[in-house]
Design a protein around this ligand. Structure first.
Ligand code: PLP
Length: 446
């Protein structure tokens, strides 16, 4: 379909408030209006075709333009687009999806609460965790420990969990029950520390923070991404998550895995916590890849232990009064079921386990370039860190805008990568082949 791009741009500027946008740059430089997408590619309204290196925003895991996805949603919308999920009402796709998620998730996670995305899933989790401890009579146990540079969303509570300072500049946060500990950044760990020593240091710092905050009486939970995404694709040292989990259990805390990015195949498994990191969290949150971004949906997976408490409140007849009009929306749940069916049928996780290590290996060949300080990540979640000096790891000045300029040069050559300050992130659709990887690494080298 032909579009009047200039008219659209004027309307965009006048009426559409873009998230995470520097309005001064936006007004000066405009934006690319993506009008169509197919498989690994997206197209703008000016006739340009780009390889999508970021799966929209870490989410279009099965690739773009799948007719079956559209059909599944259309059929559900025609049959029964919406009805209330409150109280004693339910719908078929939400029931079937919950059973499927319970089957795919670690064995202790059998209860699903739905929202419309990752921020709301995290926000809701805090509300449920507080309610859970209230039911147990531990009313002072409210602090949630999160990590500096972690990203958990931008609702009021999830933005408070988010530890990226620039994200919250000018906004208020709910500091009364959130505490941030150090992130695990192996590339920029203190000089002279081995990775194992760094892991000891982070775990000890975590445990001493818990003690300082009042220990088991006050600290409710720890929330972490298995691999930190927007904070710089930071892979923690070997054994880190297991040890943080053990500290949580020692102090009667819950472990919340924010798998909004890592679930649904990005690391080669439906959920990464157990399959990759060997832990069974008390809560897993997912969104994005759950529907491959075809429609908004978030899910909070709760353990049997949490459900046993919240489903038997202390007050006779008390109602679990939390939830949304669109919790378990039939059309979104039908899309998630179809997405999972496609992933299983095409063995998408298998493709990630096969091509992922090749992507890592080929991207690491870029380390011979003078500007590339670090190439890190795992499978289909990768990042390149640019530096001014590899020996000192000194950064280029902010005005150099290195991430943005690399992204612009890639885009001119037909590849979209995401700039985050001096970083460039690759989080592609999970259907990339080795040939696509070769093409991408060739463009990045140029
Ligand atoms: N958690 C993580 C780890 C994320 O990466 C994101 C978004 O990028 C979110 C939560 C927030 O999800 P949403 O943007 O769907 O609200």
């Amino acid at each position: 379909m032909a579009h009047d791009i200039n008219k659209l741009w004027e309307q965009d500027k006048a009426h559409f408030i873009h998230p995470f946008t520097d309005f001064s740059v936006f007004e000066k430089e405009g934006c690319d209006i993506i009008t169509e997408s197919r498989g690994e590619y997206v197209f703008d309204g000016k006739g340009n075709k780009y390889l999508d290196g970021i799966a929209g925003l870490w989410c279009v895991n099965i690739g773009h333009g799948r007719r079956e996805m559209g059909q599944a949603m259309a059929e559900q919308a025609e049959r029964m687009a919406y009805y209330s999920p409150f109280n004693n009402l339910s719908n078929v796709p939400a029931i079937e999806l919950s059973a499927k998620l319970a089957e795919l998730a670690p064995s202790n996670l059998n209860h699903v609460f739905y929202s419309c995305g990752g921020s709301v899933a995290n926000d809701t989790t805090v509300r449920i965790v507080h309610y859970y401890f209230n039911q147990l009579g531990q009313k002072d146990k409210k602090i949630i420990i999160s990590r500096k540079n972690g990203y958990h969303g931008t609702t009021y509570v999830s933005s408070s969990l988010t530890g990226i300072e620039s994200n919250n500049w000018g906004f208020d946060t709910a500091d009364q029950f959130v505490h941030h500990v150090a992130e695990a950044n192996c590339y920029r760990r203190p000089d002279g520390m081995t990775e194992a020593q760094y892991c000891d240091y982070l775990v000890e710092d975590f445990e001493s923070s818990i003690r300082q905050l009042g220990g088991a009486d006050k600290v409710a939970a720890f929330i972490a991404e298995p691999i930190m995404g927007a904070g710089g694709v930071l892979v923690a040292p070997e054994g880190y998550h297991r040890r943080m989990y053990d500290v949580c259990k020692k102090h009667g805390m819950l472990y919340i895995a924010d798998e909004v990015v890592t679930a649904f195949g990005r690391l080669g498994h439906f959920f990464a916590s157990e399959a990759v990191f060997g832990i069974q969290p008390d809560v897993i949150n997912c969104a994005k890849g759950l529907t491959s971004g075809y429609i908004p949906l978030g899910a909070t997976l709760l353990s049997d232990e949490i459900y046993a408490v919240i489903s038997k409140p202390q007050r006779e007849g008390a109602v679990f009064s939390t939830g949304f009009t669109y919790s378990g929306h039939p059309v979104a749940c039908a899309a998630a079921l179809k997405n999972i069916e496609i992933m299983e049928r095409e063995n998408i996780c298998g493709n990630v386990r096969d091509v992922g290590p090749y992507l890592e290996q080929q991207l690491k060949t870029l380390l011979d370039l003078p500007i590339v300080g670090d190439v890190r990540g795992s499978h289909f979640m990768m990042c390149i860190e640019s530096v001014a000096d590899k020996a000192t790891k000194a950064l280029l000045p902010m005005e150099a805008n290195v991430g943005k300029r690399i992204a612009e040069q890639c885009q001119k050559r037909g590849l979209i990568v995401r700039p985050i300050a001096h970083l460039n992130v690759l989080s592609p659709p999970l259907i990339w082949s080795r040939e696509t990887v070769d093409l991408v690494v060739g463009i990045l080298r140029q």
